[in-house]
Design a protein around this ligand. Structure first.
Ligand code: 4AD
Ligand code: MG
Length: 417
């Protein structure tokens, strides 16, 4: 018999459902098998009237994979208002050892994060954890739809590279035949290259690797970057307008409980510094995570917004390719509830200025031949932005730890599973 998904069950039908035994409850003469599939949970009932079936049911353990055939019958007491009266049951996947963690945690069992991540495939079976990834999936779909709708070309850039441009973001080195290569810390060079290749508007959703040896609730060593770059942009406000439109689509599509004002405030770094200094947080040329968190609270009070663009960061803390603006840069960070979710800027496309800026940062532009040449063969003015998928998921949902938003997280202490 063809399989019916739990979400499609209708009273009166004879069906075959397949999934995991979420819970088994029961009495001497009746057993309730709570079955879970990708689409939902349903109660299935077996009684001792069918002796052979009942014998089998009594041996079952939670998380066994089964196929159940029966009739969908109305039952006011059941959660859905109906249940499946079991007529036949087949075991498709045995549970032959004690589960390292429980999928349904009873009482005050509260498995710690590290143990959960050690047993992530079981952890992900929990409906409440599964929901995080449904949410993330909506972000993915909305992102692709948004950029496609706006005529962006989806690009795929190399993840094994010979150099990087994000100062401060450390790289993992790998052996590449007889030479050394690095895992990509950003598609930055390549998204600029694609713009210079005439695609004009490009985006990528791809893996990014950062060898940052610090354990925080907002850093992982591998994450998914959402990057875009567009040509003929001459003002960073255009980039912020577009980023804002995108974030608003995400909030709408995910129905996230986030305060978004009709226009997200754009506050220059100097003003942010004053706001924080007034509250006793002394910052100089960058905002540390603790100050960012406080800033999130101040912004919520002052602007009734969970989001803020901080603009014109000091040049001393920004990469060489940002366009200068006095002592600052024509760029921005977007913070969501006090956590950075995006960095963007106009890119310097004048070769001579770029070379000078690189020198100021001890970067030898002419050593980066493949990058430098682009600015001597007709580069359009351009700019772009990079966002972190896991940071967005974490902070739209208000999750404590970024690892909750990774299928299988990677951090300085974790290379398994
Ligand atoms: O701010 P970042 O380093 O900016 C860039 O890589 C630029 N190339 C982007 C641009 O177009 N100018 O990284 C972009 C975003 C951050 O805002 C953050 O959301 C996320 O990537 N991110 C991380 N997410 C998780 N773990 C980490 N270690 C992250 N580092 C950055
Ligand atoms: Mg940044």
């Amino acid at each position: 018999m063809a399989r019916t998904y739990i979400k499609d069950l209708k009273v009166g039908e004879k069906v075959t459902v397949k999934g995991w035994l979420h819970e088994i409850r029961g009495l001497a003469k009746v057993k309730f098998l709570i079955l879970r599939d990708y689409t939902g949970i349903i109660q299935c009932v077996a009684t001792s009237d069918n002796e052979e079936l009942f014998k089998k049911v009594k041996t079952l353990n939670p998380e066994t994979v089964v196929e159940i055939t029966g009739s969908v019958v109305a039952n006011k007491i059941a959660k859905q208002g109906y249940e499946v009266a079991v007529e036949d049951l087949n075991i498709l996947g045995e549970v032959s050892q004690v589960l390292p963690i429980q999928v349904v945690e009873k009482g005050d069992i509260n498995t710690d994060l590290s143990t959960r991540m050690d047993n992530r495939f079981l952890d992900l079976r929990k409906p409440e954890i599964n929901k995080i990834f449904q949410f993330r999936n909506t972000i993915y779909k909305t992102t692709v739809d948004f950029f496609m709708k706006n005529d962006f070309m989806n690009i795929a850039t190399p993840k094994m590279t010979s150099a990087g441009v994000e100062s401060g973001a450390e790289m993992f080195s790998i052996k590449y035949f007889n030479t050394k290569a690095y895992l990509s810390q950003s598609p930055q060079i390549y998204k600029q290259m694609m713009v210079c290749s005439g695609f004009e508007k490009v985006f990528e959703i791809g893996s990014i690797f950062r060898a940052e040896n610090s354990n925080t609730t907002r850093h992982v060593t591998e994450f998914i970057g959402i990057d875009f770059e567009m040509a003929f942009v001459t003002d960073e406000n255009e980039l912020m307008d577009f980023t804002e439109e995108y974030i608003k689509e995400l909030v709408k599509a995910t129905k996230a409980e986030v305060k978004v004002p009709s226009k997200i405030p754009r506050v220059p770094f100097e003003e942010v510094r004053d706001m924080l200094n007034k509250k006793g947080k002394k910052i100089t040329d960058d905002i540390d995570p603790e100050s960012e968190k406080l800033l999130g609270e101040l912004v919520l009070k002052k602007y009734k917004s969970d989001l803020i663009f901080v603009t014109n960061y000091p040049w001393s803390k920004r990469p060489f390719y940002h366009v200068k603006n006095g002592d600052g840069t024509k760029g921005f960070d977007l913070l969501l509830r006090g956590v950075e979710i995006a960095t963007g800027s106009l890119r310097e496309h004048n070769y001579d200025i770029l070379k000078k800026q690189a020198e100021e940062k001890d970067v030898k532009l002419d050593d980066m031949k493949d990058y430098a040449v682009m600015f001597k063969c007709g580069a359009p003015p351009h700019g772009g932005c990079g966002l972190g998928m896991e940071r967005i998921t974490q902070n739209l949902l208000g999750l404590d730890n970024i690892r909750e938003a990774c299928f299988v997280p990677r951090d300085p202490d974790r290379l398994t599973p």
